[in-house]
Write a protein that binds this ligand. Structure first.
Ligand SMILES: [Zn+2]
Length: 509
């Protein structure tokens, strides 16, 4: 393609308001107009780049026997409808599918009853493809995706867009999201049983104020939070208890309650259930109709401090089983730095990450799809689903200096520093045509612009190879720049050289 017929509104300066180098790069290089509502508004070069990323995945997944669909995976029960039609016997399984949908590559599969390892395999495949794109990825455990589910992530910095908090163990290498499973959380316990007492605690409605007032650690307090859980006929109030130094995960809570969504109760809702505002609520003497959930950090606690359900008063010496109790005990806390690694038990460090892909077991209200196993017995299929976020991969690629061969919109940029130099222009034009004929995707910067502007645009575009047709054109010599290397060579040798460079790169993929 010739540069004069390409729409690439590059910017001299970084666009204002962004810190993410990938976002800045894509806008500045004219690959995208802007980034709005977590979506890229791509221009021609950005569209080619994303299409190339999509094809890289489609191609690699095809080799793993994935088949392409058009509109079934994005529909809620599309995969079920397909399984009902397509699966009778174990011989029909496994089936793996993919579907391109607005910047996402949706994934889904149907497995035998025992075929749970399929999800780990697909996570592994995605991981490999990303490694080949020079994007080393990390697998993040997350309870809300189910026991077999996980996210595929890229390490992020706090400048990046869509950055998520997570934790990593520097000892065993385990990584997880804030919603990863917490195996153990010790409740606070006093050695001797304490008498429960109501004490006056004015202006101590927060955990910090309370701890300062009573000179106790936050672990010795119990937070009582009121949520509304979305059920079939509206919203139901739920009181949640958690150790004072921990925080509640709304996603884990919704999962535990088997509801779609939970949200913090509003003040008027709290008033109608409890007759008071937040700040001094507690588990002792709660109305029967309030469902009480305890985080695992509460079960068996003793001698702790809770709200007294009375403004400006707290209870001390509160003990599990004697003063309050609930059957609903679950892991509903956010996993944060300083807590223990679920694998090796050592202290976790903060870890920022970007979501790239997710894979999980599909659960539905619809009854399982039956099939005949090898012994002629009837079994039920396992269904899994996932997605790969092409947009976040695009942003990640744009943080690197150049795009890899095959992904970059062009393999080569031919630059003639002075278009007035007729000999150079002729040589460059011939080279351009020869490259195109030989299947090299080439951009010819034929603009009547300063050489400096052309070189600057080349850097911004991230094209892997630059061929400069300049002073030695009369001798038929051009310069070929790729990575950190540069070579002078006869123009007639360039196509052969580039072809071998491209093929080498293909082999390394
Ligand atoms: Zn560990």
């Amino acid at each position: 393609m010739k540069m004069t017929s390409l729409l690439t509104p590059t910017l001299k300066k970084a666009p204002a308001g962004w810190q993410d180098p990938g976002v800045i790069r894509l806008i500045r290089s004219g690959y995208a107009l802007d980034f709005q509502n977590e979506e890229w508004n791509l221009l021609p070069l950005g569209s080619i780049l994303r299409e190339n990323v999509a094809w890289t995945f489609l191609h690699a997944l095809m080799e793993e026997n994935f088949q392409q669909l058009d509109s079934l995976l994005y529909k809620k029960d599309g995969l079920y409808a397909l399984a009902q039609r397509a699966v009778q016997s174990y011989r029909d399984l496994p089936l793996n599918f993919m579907e391109l949908r607005q910047g996402l590559l949706l994934l889904g599969g149907i497995e035998t009853a025992s075929g749970k390892e399929a999800q780990q395999e697909i996570v592994h495949t995605i991981d490999n493809i990303l490694q080949n794109l020079n994007l080393p990825s990390i697998v993040m455990s997350d309870e809300t995706l189910g026991t077999d589910g996980s996210y595929v992530a890229l390490k992020a910095s706090d400048q990046y867009i869509a950055v998520e908090n997570g934790v990593a163990c520097s000892s065993c290498g385990w990584t997880g999201t804030e919603n990863a499973r917490i195996e153990q959380s010790k409740p606070y316990r006093t050695e001797k049983e304490m008498v429960r007492q109501e004490i006056h605690t004015p202006n101590a409605s927060s955990i910090e104020e309370l701890c300062e007032f009573l000179h106790i650690p936050a672990e010795q307090t119990v937070k009582t939070m009121f949520y509304m859980a979305e059920v079939d006929d509206g919203w139901r109030p739920v009181a949640v208890l958690i150790r004072g130094d921990l925080h509640i995960s709304e996603e884990k809570l919704a999962l535990f309650l088997k509801v779609k969504k939970v949200r913090i109760a509003e003040e008027n809702e709290l008033m109608s259930v409890m007759g008071q505002k937040p700040g001094y609520l507690g588990p002792v003497g709660l109305p029967e109709r309030v469902c009480l959930v305890a985080d695992i950090s509460i079960e068996g606690c003793s001698g702790v401090v809770t709200g007294a359900n009375k403004p400006n008063y707290h209870l001390t010496g509160v003990t599990w089983g004697r003063d309050f109790k609930t059957k609903h005990i679950g892991d509903v806390a956010l996993l944060r730095e300083g807590m223990n690694c679920p694998r090796c038990g050592l202290e976790l460090q903060p870890f920022l990450w970007n979501k790239v892909a997710a894979v999980w077991s599909e659960k539905s209200d619809i009854e399982g799809i039956p099939y005949q196993d090898q012994q002629g017995q009837t079994e039920k299929c396992t269904l899994w689903k996932g997605w790969i976020d092409l947009n976040s991969i695009l942003t990640a690629l744009a943080r690197e200096k150049t795009y890899p061969f095959g992904l970059a919109p062009f393999d080569v940029d031919i630059i003639v520093p002075s278009v007035k130099d007729e000999v150079a222009m002729n040589l460059a034009t011939n080279l351009y045509l020869e490259m195109a004929q030989n299947g090299i995707v080439v951009l010819f910067d034929d603009r009547n612009e300063r050489a400096g502007a052309k070189f600057a645009d080349f850097e911004l575009f991230g094209i892997p190879v630059k061929v400069v047709v300049g002073r030695k054109a009369a001798e038929g010599i051009v310069e070929v720049h790729y990575g950190e290397d540069a070579k002078e060579m006869q123009a007639e040798d360039v196509v052969c050289f580039l072809s071998s460079l491209l093929n080498d790169d293909d082999e390394s993929l």
